[in-house]
Design a protein around this ligand. Structure first.
Ligand code: PLP
Length: 440
């Protein structure tokens, strides 16, 4: 019997695995339903060979931001293989945990202690537990996305507004399975809106355990915003937590907060920290982190050795090579090239976000059809491209050139589709999904 092709395999997956994939952002439906190749055989640099043996240049998310050095980076792979061959798990712990803690605290002198986990959302949950244990309080004020866990989805249990996550994660997320007793424990505020955070503190005097946010995402912090959050946390005795899961290492060597001179009480790293290998760290001030000795936080596979080996090799490489500078330059070339071809073809294409993490959208009533068509046209030219571009160290000028040459041809097709109003017909299937919905 011949091997199933990538699409029939995914159809089987949808019957066996609810939701198809383990991460919403990896669903093929989020790119081009029925066309995006769900499975891969191998990935090196910024090239992926899919399950059917087709080779693609990855100009999309590079493993949802996890492979900032590129796929199968030689230095990281060597360290991980050495650890695997030496035994990645045993009854004892690996010394790399200690060395890594020293490295993290030397890069972030405000932090003295470190705990480890293996994925971003769980590490954020560790951080929130520590903050709650330290303050003996329940309420978390947050901005942005921080994972799938109960403490966070509880925001949508709010009475009067059960869609509080619409601007932070996705609209219309039912908090099914999250205990109703958590209602009122997770309160959102918008980035750069200090007034909203002030209102939360005013309304919940003595109840706020933590303020949880990314130092930045799409927008720059307005002057005084991050310092204002720091001052509010100080005056109300709340723990200031920076989620550096996506921003860390991409915008600075360490947490992106280092660029702004604002010191949190806790910072959380995952994704690029292990460059494709599961690894996460919660770093913090000793006064706060000590609470982790009073509340039970413990897991078997947080002690395996491949994660710390990967993170040590990753961070050491980032100390040798200016990764933030590289992805900034590559992203700037992408942004300029896309702006030029949008202008040349009169396409309503908008490129937003920061150069190291670009976002593409269309200001057009058929925006989803146009995005899907762009992805399909790029797939036909051997390139994985979606609504975002996460640059990596593996992306070189020749990859940007190849992308822009293919995008130039695709832009012609899109311009013709807009002219004829037939983008949907050209897709010949469904438009991409944008949110969380049932697949079966
Ligand atoms: C800022 C931020 N926090 C938390 C998470 C969740 O991390 P993970 O998917 O590793 O659980 C993500 C993932 O996209 C993220 O970008």
């Amino acid at each position: 019997m011949s091997e199933p092709n990538v699409h029939t395999l995914y159809e089987r997956a949808k019957r066996l695995i609810p939701g198809g994939t383990q991460l919403l952002s990896k669903r093929p439906e989020m790119f081009a339903p029925g066309r995006w190749p769900a499975y891969y055989r191998s990935a090196h640099g910024c090239e992926i060979v899919d399950h059917d043996g087709r080779t693609y240049l990855d100009m999309s998310s590079m493993g949802i931001g996890s492979c900032l050095l590129g796929y199968a980076d030689a230095d990281v792979t060597q360290a991980v293989v050495a650890r695997v061959e030496a035994g990645a798990m045993s009854s004892l712990s690996v010394a790399d945990e200690v060395e890594l803690a020293e490295l993290l605290t030397s890069l972030h002198p405000w932090a003295q202690q470190v705990r480890y986990a293996r994925s971003g959302g769980e590490a954020m949950t560790v951080a929130v537990r520590i903050a709650r244990a330290h303050t003996r309080r329940d309420v978390v004020a947050f901005c942005g996305y921080h994972g799938w866990h109960d403490w966070y989805l509880a925001a949508n249990l709010a009475s009067g507004d059960d869609d509080q996550l619409r601007d932070h994660l996705l609209p219309g997320l039912a908090p099914l399975g999250v205990p109703r007793g958590l209602a009122g424990t997770a309160l959102p505020f918008s980035y750069n809106r200090l007034d909203q955070l002030e209102a939360i503190f005013a309304e919940h005097q003595g109840e706020v355990a933590a303020v949880v946010m990314e130092p930045l995402r799409r927008d720059d912090p307005q002057p005084g915003f991050l310092a204002g959050v720091r001052a509010l946390c100080d005056s109300h005795g709340a723990v200031f937590v920076f989620d550096e899961i996506t921003a860390g290492w991409r915008f600075a060597l360490g947490g992106a907060h280092l660029n702004y001179g604002i010191e949190p009480d806790v910072a959380v790293f995952a994704k690029a920290f292990g460059n494709g290998h599961p690894m996460a760290a919660v770093i913090g001030r000793e006064s706060v982190m000590r609470a982790a000795e009073e509340t039970f936080i413990s897991s078997t596979y947080w002690t395996e050795g491949a994660g710390p080996a990967a993170a040590l090799a990753t961070v050491r490489k980032m100390q040798r090579v200016d990764v933030p500078g590289h992805v900034e330059r590559i992203g700037a070339r992408m942004r300029d090239g896309l702006a030029n071809l949008a202008q040349a073809h009169a396409l309503p294409l908008e490129v937003s976000g920061r150069n190291a993490l670009l976002h593409l959208s269309f200001d057009h009533p058929d925006h989803l059809a146009l995005q899907t068509l762009l992805t399909i046209e790029m797939l036909d030219r051997g390139i994985l491209a979606g609504a975002g571009f996460y640059g990596s160290l593996a992306h070189r000028d020749e990859h940007v050139d190849a992308y822009l040459a293919a995008a130039e041809e695709a832009a012609g097709v899109l311009a013709a589709a807009i002219e004829a109003g037939d983008a949907l017909k050209r897709i010949g299937g469904q438009v991409r999904h944008t949110g969380f919905r049932r697949l079966t």
